[in-house]
Design a protein around this ligand. Structure first.
Ligand code: GAL
Length: 717
């Protein structure tokens, strides 16, 4: 047996060196229910899954039915030639594919050529983005992941092979009007610029199921602490401790919610490159400051980038574990080396995490080529600059999450780079780009990529824009104003102050629902924010039926078949359709099934495109029939650990409704050891005065934070 393995290995090496491993159909091994893996050639040691140190959540995967490999195996091929790996996966006619990371302008990816490359988003969907996750899903109900830490070139249905079964007929451009510069292609082809790679296929049957399996295999989605879902304000870069305390006071006095404040570069004695230690003039007594803030129930999040100044206390110790090049004169820790990780983490722990800092905003780990380390840089681990670039965000998230885990205290922070396998990290991606529309498309795409994204609010030209942006950020993973340079406050536009307050408080009311939806992300892999293409009615079968309709007479069919990039789902029941500056009305696609207005409970439509004119004060939100939304009274901070809170359970429509409400202590990792409860909510009739409603009790010995419960039947039918 050993001899055989050796022989295979030798053949692989010889083939790899001489530049040839003929095209073959990979052989697949089912490594978890509905998850298949194949190893092609000789993969790099450093890949995405091992950088993220994923721990597949097998119990979650076992709960999903699994059956058979979802693609025709004989149509997948892999070849290693001249030190490069070529992969090919089939596509059928009309198949749509989604994913390939955090894109900002487009949802469907068929027909694209992308180079997946961690980078600051530069304004076009060319593969360079904050999270260029090499994962795609198909409306045929499967997903594919390429576990590589290289820059991958993806031809997502653009290239045609001679032997293609569906090869388009050559047409004469001189005479034939049907000639097309981009003829039909029946495959996704991927170039991995190294001698091998691990590839994974995730079964459906639905597109959402494939996403769920990917998230579960990556360890399950992250579960933020409850306070992370409250409101957060980032203060101007040079604010002092006294100014930060004053900021918190003014939120309280004006009745605006606030759970955590973000400090920007000025908390550090020097930045760009960073010392990652407190500035003694602006923050003379860090521990006292953190304590005072905590007493007023406000947590603190610290900005940093990872490039260390010669003046950082960690500099001397980390120097030998840094790369050949500097960034703004700072050294670049090789975070694939455990010693470098430890020195870096020590710097965060001492005088920061150990005095009660709740999390970090880790900036600039995505790069702009003009200031980041170049691809010719060398790192002491021997990993290439390219590989370090592709994995840096994952490594930073992994090590900092573990630091907080060791203290049994959850964190929720911000990061500007991530990659495949990062679903379980409690970090939200943000950037400096500022198109409100594109921010929503990114929110949709985050749901295909196992990452979280915030359409952060910074500044606005008008009160209208301010309110429109606030409305959407309140329906996102992190409700945040980033005033690092603008100094804006929620009340900066007095003409919309009342409405802004209403929405920030609505965000707080929604925490029981949002928290449950994050628990589903963790335990079931379902992204809490996701595009319509992950909903029922968007699968290939449903679309084929719609294609047979006369599109001109059916705006619904047309809408479903085109891409929908300006409305999305928040959790199981809420459909959110943001309004943008200048718009007074908009179209909304309501999938099949009855939908109801979130605010009034009134029937809104069923399987149709509706047009709404909601007024400036409202962001359109709709609820599925039978929808149950557990809310709590408006408050300024999320419930603390062990604090009981009352529930108002809203019910919409007329279908019998059920919902599983999640509960745990909201702050620690004890849920990983079973300290949580799911409570069944059910509603059998919407008749006022004759309701049949139940909320099951928490299991004995399990967390129970629910106080008084009131029921609200929103739909009077
Ligand atoms: C940027 C970051 C901003 C802000 C700023 C501070 O890189 O995207 O949100 O933190 O740095 O200098």
């Amino acid at each position: 047996m050993k001899k055989l393995t050796l022989l295979i290995l030798l053949t692989l090496i010889i083939n790899g060196l001489s530049g040839g491993l003929a095209a073959r159909n990979p052989s697949w091994q089912e490594v978890a229910p509905g998850v298949w893996k194949s190893v092609i050639g000789i993969p790099d040691k450093l890949d995405l899954f091992n950088s993220a140190d994923i721990k597949p959540y097998i119990d979650g995967l076992k709960k999903m039915k699994s059956g058979k490999f979802p693609l025709p195996e004989d149509q997948i091929s892999a070849e290693v030639t001249e030190g490069k790996t070529f992969l090919r996966f089939p596509l059928v006619k009309n198949e749509e594919i989604f994913g390939f990371g955090l894109n900002f302008k487009t949802v469907q990816q068929r027909g694209k050529i992308l180079q997946l490359h961690v980078d600051h988003y530069g304004g076009s969907d060319n593969g360079r983005t904050h999270a260029p996750v090499p994962f795609y899903v198909s409306d045929q109900g499967y997903g594919v992941f390429i576990n590589s830490s290289r820059y991958l070139t993806v031809y997502a249905g653009t290239a045609v092979r001679k032997e293609s079964k569906e090869a388009p007929l050559p047409l004469d451009r001189n005479t034939d009007k049907n000639w097309n510069s981009q003829p039909y292609s029946d495959a996704v082809e991927i170039l991995v610029p190294t001698t091998g790679v691990e590839i994974y296929v995730f079964e459906g049957p639905t597109t959402l199921d494939a996403v769920r399996r990917y998230n579960l295999y990556s360890g399950g989605g992250c579960l933020p602490p409850r306070w992370g879902l409250g409101f957060t304000q980032r203060v101007p870069a040079l604010f002092t401790a006294a100014e930060v305390e004053q900021e918190a006071r003014s939120f309280r006095e004006k009745g605006f919610p606030l759970d955590f404040i973000g400090l920007e570069p000025g908390w550090q004695s020097k930045s760009y490159p960073c010392t990652i230690e407190w500035d003694k003039t602006r923050f003379p007594d860090p521990a006292g400051f953190v304590r005072t803030m905590k007493e007023s129930k406000i947590r603190l999040n610290l900005w940093t980038n990872p490039y260390l100044s010669t003046e950082s206390p960690a500099f001397e110790r980390i120097l030998k574990y840094t790369g050949s090049h500097t960034v703004w004169g700072g050294v670049v820790p090789d975070l694939t080396i455990p010693q470098a990780q430890n020195i870096f983490l020590n710097q965060l722990d001492s005088n920061q995490v150990n005095i009660g800092i709740s999390g970090y905003k880790i900036d600039e780990c995505d790069g702009y080529d003009n200031w980041l380390w170049p691809d010719v840089a060398q790192f002491p681990s021997g990993n290439s600059a390219e590989q370090i670039r592709q994995t840096y965000g994952l490594l930073l998230q992994k090590m900092t999450t573990d630091l907080f885990r060791r203290k049994n205290s959850r964190t929720y922070g911000l990061i500007r780079a991530s990659n495949g396998g990062g679903s379980s990290f409690p970090y939200v991606i943000y950037n400096d780009y500022y198109s409100h529309q594109d921010f929503i498309t990114a929110l949709i795409n985050s749901g295909f990529a196992g990452v979280l994204w915030t359409p952060e609010v910074r500044s606005s030209n008008t009160g209208e824009e301010w309110l429109r942006r606030i409305q959407t950020v309140c329906f996102s993973p992190m409700a945040m104003i980033n005033a690092w340079s603008s100094g804006t406050k929620p009340w900066s536009f007095p003409e919309v102050e009342k409405e802004v307050k209403e929405y920030t408080l609505l965000r707080m009311q929604l925490i029981p629902y949002l928290y449950t939806e994050f628990a589903r992300y963790h335990f079931e892999g379902t992204p809490p924010f996701r595009g319509m293409n992950l909903e029922n009615g968007f699968d290939a079968g449903a679309k084929t039926e719609l294609r047979n309709d006369n599109l001109n007479e059916n705006p619904y069919a047309e809408a479903i078949l085109n891409e929908i990039k300006d409305q999305y789902m928040t959790g199981e029941y809420l459909l959110v359709a943001p309004m943008f500056t200048g718009q007074t009305s908009r179209n909304i696609v309501l999938p099949k099934g009855r939908w109801y207005d979130f605010y009034t409970g009134k029937y809104a439509g069923d399987g149709e495109v509706i047009n709404v004119t909601p007024g400036l004060g409202k962001i359109p939100v709709f609820v599925k029939d039978g929808g149950i939304i557990p809310m709590m009274p408006a408050r300024l901070q999320a419930p603390a650990k062990g604090e009981k809170f009352d529930l108002e359970i809203r019910y919409y429509g007329s279908k019998p409704g059920s919902y599983k409400l999640y509960d745990d202590d909201g702050e620690t990792f004890d849920y990983e050891k079973g300290s949580f409860s799911w409570r069944e909510i059910s509603v059998l009739s919407n008749k006022k005065g004759n309701p049949s409603v139940t909320l099951s009790k928490a299991e004995k010995g399990k967390p129970d934070n629910i106080g008084n419960v009131t029921w609200k039947f929103m739909t009077a039918e």
